[in-house]
Design a protein around this ligand. Structure first.
Ligand code: DTP
Length: 807
């Protein structure tokens, strides 16, 4: 009976694994099919496309429209062409069309329903404003934000195009005049901007529109930010759901939907909601070649990230305009005030501000009286400042689409601009609780996390997947941090780490306990109740590494999300994910790519600086181990030392092989760096003291440090073959010194390892302390100085030296 039960358990476990694998394969199949379709579309487009912009008919493209016919819409042989050209020049004061603009204008002028997907700043507005000017009567424009309407009306007024708006704050008088004008044979305005709420709630407006339609005075319906219709879109607005009434009531009026970001499934959904069929979709490439994308690891100490941002603004973006996006209104106030304290002219902007204050901040920023706006996402749609040189995200966005749109406010003038996102562990869960009620909110957030966590894939390629665009990495032109530092990562086996994490969560389940991400991190790092500490295998990974592993396990579904709700708050917990069971299988392994232990030394240059030899290319933020900032690393070291005192046994295990005996474990590299700095001994055994840092610092010519390109050495050329780190650009002197230090460390390590093994073989000298003490004794240590003191003082000197070398 017992045997049968055992076998049953094992079969059930195996079945569970098979189910997970089947689910995985099905997911892979869906992804591959979608990729295949995108590739097919691209191949199809390649044969006909004549412009640099990609034109796609799907989804919902008119099956009856051939490619030749589509190309016809790029021409100027239409009855309206003369008026269109004349107004382009005379009214809009533009000389030529940008890609897809003329095609879109001709399609809508010919009465086709159209979706136009075009990146921010490429000129979508012209595609409905110019047709409005060239058509009889007026065009209805549905816009999600009043501020956006105001901007557009201000602009149209400046070029003498009559435009009006109706929203909740419009006076009765104004509404009356506008509604009367709608049906006049000579309508006094060309564009009427309304909010979706107005369409949903104002019966009077609908009846006036009906009259205008019957009088042939309603020329076009424009739905701006059309993705807001779909709850799969990133900015779903419930009132957009009701816009289907427009096409139902006015079927002969052409509709044009505009968006910068919408996947094919979102557009399909929009079609249904807006009651349009046979829609032509024009999609311009999402790629903005002038934008440089970068991800930086956010220090858990908020001050460090603020300092980093402030230093960027004061150096790289001196006297330039930019936006810092933050998570909450409170953050907006706090970050703005911190930047002000650092002498940066910054102002907060968020939805809870007085409308007048908001307009004032916006105006001051537009006229360069304020350089930086620290804003929540309330500051967004409709920003048309051309010279925004940087968009920094103090907190990650809730999805790639949101990030693309928010960061896309940079560089609208076509000149180089930077989009930098600060990625922090705790932010993931803050956002997670916010998007929990959104359809696929978690999935989208995890894709954004994946974007940030990725160390080897082109940032643009990760975005391309979201826009169903086939992407060739060469198209990036090294305008993202991963392409620029292409080989700056290592593949690490984290199987044993994963098992430890799963074990902690299993224990929590047994104890009927829920673990927040922070609790899980702390438990794994040996903090928390003593009872629990005894039962789990704690890790000696550094805090950023622990966080990185946990995030990877979440992304790979070994962990899952769990929420609990109270009337006042939502709490996030981590639980075992669908793939956790796979870790029971000894042959299952999990590996991830991480930044190489040495990080990168080459400057992380911005878009503007990349090709400018005059600009100081010294990095403002040198990524050390896995992107951990220097001060944080010191903290880790302290923590690691403390832990090693209380948990010698665990340390022994990880010191030798990493938690599971894997030589390639993340820990191994760390232990080498932390514990082995003793005394300088040459090959011949002669003692050679480490020279004081200050001397060597002054030896490095200022000029050479400022412009490494003029005097560089490839450190890897001096390094041993097994080195994990990649080529780093530093001065000759620094390279030489680093090389000496490295060879010294490795010799000492070999020596210690060798003697440690000997010690381990002797039963009397067992235990990690003995193993370390013995070899250290055999080294030349100053008298009356303890091993710990020596190690600590040497570590301080060496790490000081390393910092100087990296500067
Ligand atoms: N054909 C053109 N030639 C030169 N400039 C143009 C042309 N079309 C538009 N622009 C300018 C006008 C604006 O300053 C800028 C951005 O146009 P706009 O229509 O506001 O972009 P958009 O609507 O695609 O961006 P968003 O998605 O942010 O609203 O480009």
């Amino acid at each position: 009976m017992e045997d049968a039960q055992e076998e049953l358990d094992s079969v059930e476990a195996e079945l569970e694994m098979v189910e997970v694998q089947v689910a995985e394969l099905l997911q892979k199949q869906t992804e591959l099919t979608s990729r295949k379709n995108a590739l097919l579309r691209q191949l199809e487009g390649a044969t006909s496309s004549s412009s640099s912009a990609k034109s796609a008919k799907s989804p919902g493209a008119s099956p009856s429209m051939s490619k030749q016919e589509m190309q016809r819409y790029d021409g100027t042989g239409f009855q309206w062409s003369k008026s269109v050209e004349q107004n382009l020049k005379d009214t809009f004061r533009l000389s030529t069309f940008r890609p897809l603009q003329l095609r879109a204008i001709n399609l809508t002028m010919s009465g086709r329903d159209l979706f136009l997907v075009m990146p921010t700043g490429r000129g979508k507005s012209l595609c409905y404003q110019l047709p409005a000017v060239c058509s009889k009567g007026s065009s209805l424009v549905v816009t999600p934000l009043v501020s956006l309407m105001e901007d557009q009306i201000m602009y149209l007024k400046s070029i003498d195009v009559a435009a009006v708006m109706l929203n909740a704050s419009s006076s009765r008088e104004h509404a009356k005049t506008v509604m009367a004008g709608m049906t006049e044979s000579k309508c006094p305005f060309k564009l009427l901007y309304v909010t979706p709420e107005k369409i949903a709630k104002s019966k009077l407006l609908m009846s006036r529109l009906e009259k205008a339609y019957k009088a042939d005075q309603l020329s076009r319906i424009t739905v701006d930010e059309v993705h807001c219709c779909s709850q799969w879109g990133h900015d779903f607005r419930p009132d957009y759901k009701l816009l289907g009434i427009l096409k139902r009531q006015f079927p002969k009026v052409p509709l044009i939907g505009l968006t910068a970001t919408a996947t094919s499934s979102v557009l399909k959904d929009c079609e249904k909601i807006l009651c349009v069929s046979q829609t032509v979709t024009l999609t311009a490439s999402f790629n903005r070649t002038n934008l440089y994308y970068e991800v930086r690891i956010k220090d858990c100490d908020n001050d460090a990230s603020i300092n980093d941002i402030a230093s960027l603004i004061k150096t790289r973006y001196k006297d330039q305009s930019g936006i810092v996006y933050v998570f909450s209104q409170k953050d907006a106030e706090a970050v703005a005030s911190e930047l002000q304290k650092r002498d940066i002219s910054a102002s907060a902007y968020h939805a809870n501000m007085d409308p007048e204050d908001k307009s004032q901040v916006h105006r001051k920023w537009t006229t360069n009286k304020i350089r930086v706006i620290v804003a929540t996402v309330a500051f967004g749609m409709g920003i048309d400042k051309p010279d925004v040189r940087f968009v920094v995200h103090h907190t990650i966005s809730k999805s790639i689409e949101n990030y693309y749109q928010e960061s896309g406010r940079a560089g609208r003038d076509g000149r180089p601009a930077d989009c930098i996102v600060y990625y922090g562990f705790s932010d993931i869960f803050r956002i997670s609780t916010m998007v929990v009620m959104e359809n696929v909110g978690q999935k989208k957030l995890l894709t954004m996390v994946d974007y940030c966590q990725s160390v080897d894939r082109c940032r643009r390629s990760l975005m391309a997947v979201h826009f169903d665009e086939v992407w060739d990495n060469k198209g990036c032109g090294q305008m993202c941090d991963t392409c620029r530092h292409a080989n700056d990562y290592v593949t690490v086996d984290i199987t044993q780490h994963a098992r430890q994490v799963v074990q902690i969560l299993e224990l929590a389940v047994t104890n009927d306990e829920k673990l927040t991400p922070l609790k899980l991190v702390e438990a794994w790092m040996g903090k928390g109740p003593a009872k629990r500490r005894k039962m789990i295998q704690m890790t000696l990974l550094s805090r950023p590494q622990v966080e990185a592993v946990i995030v990877q396990l979440l992304l790979k579904s070994y962990l899952g999300e769990d929420f609990s709700f109270t009337p006042y708050a939502t709490y996030f917990y981590l639980k075992l994910g669908p793939k956790a069971a796979l870790l029971k299988n000894n042959s299952h392994s999990v590996s991830v790519k991480m930044k190489s232990t040495e990080g990168r030394s080459a400057s992380d240059t911005s878009a503007a600086e990349a090709n400018d030899p005059e600009v100081d290319q010294t990095p403002d933020h040198v990524a050390l181990d896995n992107g951990c900032p220097p001060q944080l690393k010191q903290k880790q070291l302290k923590e690691q030392k403390n832990m090693s005192r209380t948990h010698g046994k665990n340390k022994e295990q990880e010191l030798k092989h990493g938690p599971g005996g894997s030589r390639e474990s993340v820990t191994a590299a760390h232990v080498v760096e932390v514990d082995v700095e003793i005394n300088t001994v040459n090959d011949d055994g002669a003692s050679r003291p480490v020279r004081p840092c200050s001397k060597r610092k002054s030896n490095t010519p200022q000029k050479a440090r400022r412009n490494p390109c003029t005097n560089v050495a490839l450190v890897d050329a001096h390094r041993g073959a097994g080195s994990l780190s990649r080529a780093s650009l530093i001065s000759d002197t620094a390279a030489e010194e680093l090389c000496e230090l490295r060879s010294y460390y490795s010799k000492q390590l070999r020596r210690i390892n060798y003697i440690s093994h000997e010690c381990l073989a002797q039963p009397a000298a067992s235990g990690v302390l003995a193993c370390i003490r013995e070899p250290l004794r055999s080294l030349r240590l100053p008298r009356r100085v303890t091993i710990a003191q020596t190690a600590r003082s040497l570590w301080t000197r060496v790490s000081g030296r390393r910092k100087l070398l990296h500067r």
